[in-house]
Design a protein around this ligand. Structure first.
Ligand code: ZN
Length: 363
């Protein structure tokens, strides 16, 4: 099987020439890996350089083997594994959406990973700053000898953060992807001219792991996406990413202290709602395991496999099964949860936890 499939809106496989054009919109030449996208100036130059160095310290061959191993364990042949090398990784100084500070993004259509050096550094700085403030508040004599000026992002911390972002996006990249296009030569050329970049014109729907995106028109007639099962998909992605990160560090024989990985996990939970999505996945696993009689690990392996294989929730009895294992209406609720709906995600978690009389929080 292949991990990426393209179809026309009439259900025919998209012709190879179009697919090649699409897939090579952003790809860099072999001699030009880690292409930089966007303006480089005095402000961001240093961050780009540091993130580039961190990226260079990542063992991509090993990472590929670990992801390949995971795919094989899930019963999938690794041959067609969509692992993205440095020619498909872009360091971007352009934030695509002003409302969220991004650290990474998987460009579904162009099949590239974007890493945002400023987003990475900013998130790290925020984490360290909040730690410092906490320490200052707790210091007995309140001398506050530590100041925000001391915020020093070590190379080790930076590498860990970059590595984690790269792994997260690689997991998206190797999740089964089905793209349905309605491209004409003209719209494809337009897409290529602006090198992808969140331009949805020409796409009908996309399945990426559990996340199904349909493009409806907004008030101005521009395509605007509806995202189904995105919070669940991000939670699963994040859970896999942490599994791979831990394996990577243990194989590398890294002397990275476990405490630092835990710290990264904790901070990830504070930084974004992805931590909530991660907890949500754990709640679903626990509940389904309990109701089905399978072990939590078997349920998790099945969820993982379905993401890589591309399960279509519409074609199966899964919805009914999910509702039976949880409560009526759960599956539809899960479909509509967006990653930014922190209140709603928490509400669903509470509902799931209330079903278990013997639920004990992890920490
Ligand atoms: Zn993601």
């Amino acid at each position: 099987m292949t991990f990426r499939e393209y179809y026309t809106s009439t259900g025919e496989p998209e012709n190879d020439r179009m697919v090649n054009m699409l897939e090579n919109v952003c790809k860099a030449g072999k001699k030009e890996p880690l292409r930089i996208e966007g303006e480089v100036n005095e402000v961001n130059q240093k961050e780009i350089e540091r993130v580039k160095n961190a990226m260079d310290s990542i063992d991509f061959e090993m990472l590929r083997e670990l992801l390949d191993d995971m795919a094989r364990r899930s019963g999938l042949s690794g041959e067609a594994l969509n692992f993205l090398g440095k020619d498909r990784i872009i360091l971007s100084t352009e934030q695509l959406n002003e409302n969220v500070i991004r650290k990474g993004q998987y460009g579904l259509f162009e099949n590239v990973i974007r890493i945002f050096p400023q987003g990475i550094v900013l998130a790290l700085r925020d984490n360290i700053a909040s730690e410092l403030v906490k320490k200052m508040e707790n210091s007995p004599n309140k001398t506050a000898s530590m100041s925000l000026k001391e915020i020093n992002i070590t190379e080790e911390r930076l590498k860990l953060k970059v590595l984690k972002s790269v792994i997260h996006e690689q997991v998206h990249a190797l999740s089964f992807t089905k793209i349905v296009t309605k491209y004409t030569e003209g719209s494809l050329r337009r897409f290529i001219r602006i090198r992808g970049k969140n331009n949805f014109e020409g796409f009908y729907s996309v399945l990426s792991g559990y996340n199904k995106i349909f493009f409806d028109e907004d008030l101005e007639g521009m395509p605007s996406p509806n995202k189904d099962f995105i919070a669940f998909d991000e939670g699963v992605t994040e859970k896999i990413a942490f599994e791979i990160l831990n394996k990577y560090l243990s194989v590398e024989g890294s002397d990275m202290p476990a405490a630092q990985v835990n710290e990264l996990e904790e901070n990830t939970k504070k930084e974004t709602t992805y931590g909530l999505c991660l907890d949500l996945v754990d709640d679903v696993i626990r509940r389904v395991a309990k109701q089905s009689g399978f072990s939590e690990d078997s349920v998790w392996q099945a969820i993982k496999r379905s993401k890589l294989e591309g399960v279509n929730f519409e074609d199966t009895e899964i919805g009914a099964f999910f509702d039976e294992s949880t409560y009526k209406g759960f599956f539809e609720k899960l479909r509509k949860l967006q990653t930014s709906d922190s209140k709603d995600i928490e509400h669903v978690q509470t509902c799931l936890r209330e079903l278990d009389d013997d639920y004990v929080p992890k920490k």
